[in-house]
Design a protein around this ligand. Structure first.
Ligand code: 5GP
Length: 107
C-alpha cells in the first residue's frame, strides 16, 4: 500500500509543488503551521530519515537546503526552521517552516 506521499509523487493526489528533481520532491503542507510550510520528501519510499543510507541522506539534505534557501528568498523570515516529525505519515520527510519569532513555532 503506497503512502499518501507516494500517491502525491505519482500525481494521484494533487499538491502544490515547490521544487523537484529526479529523486526528491518538495510541496506545501496541506495543513501549514505558517505560510510557506513545506514538506521535502524522497520519491522513493522509506519510513525514517535516519534509516537512510549516508549518501542518500547527504543528497537529500542538500536538496532540502536548496529548498530552504529558495523559501528564504520567497518569504521574508528570520530563519527556515527544520523539523522531523514523522508521526502521521510513514514516509521520510523534512518540514521546512519559515519563522520570524519564537511564537511562530507552536507545534
Ligand atoms: P508528520 O508525519 O511529520 O507528523 O506530519 C505529516 C504532515 O503531512 C502534516 O503536517 C500534514 O499536514 C501533512 N499532510 C498529510 N497529508 C497530506 C496531503 O495529502 N497533502 C499535503 N500537502 N500534506 C499532507
Amino acid at each position: 500500500m503506497p503512502t499518501i506521499f507516494s500517491r502525491i509523487v505519482a500525481g494521484e493526489i494533487p499538491s502544490y509543488k515547490v521544487a523537484e528533481n529526479d529523486r526528491y520532491y518538495a510541496f506545501l503542507d496541506i495543513n501549514p503551521v505558517v505560510k510557506g510550510h513545506t514538506l521535502v520528501i524522497p520519491k522513493h519510499e522509506g519510513d525514517y530519515l535516519f534509516d537512510m543510507e549516508d549518501e542518500d541522506l547527504a543528497s537529500f539534505t542538500l536538496f532540502a537546503k536548496k529548498v530552504a534557501k529558495a523559501i528564504e528568498k520567497a518569504i521574508p523570515c528570520k530563519r527556515v526552521g527544520i523539523a522531523v516529525m514523522g508521526l502521521e505519515v510513514p514516509h521520510t520527510h523534512i518540514h521546512l517552516i519559515p519563522i520570524n519569532k519564537e511564537s511562530d513555532m507552536y507545534f
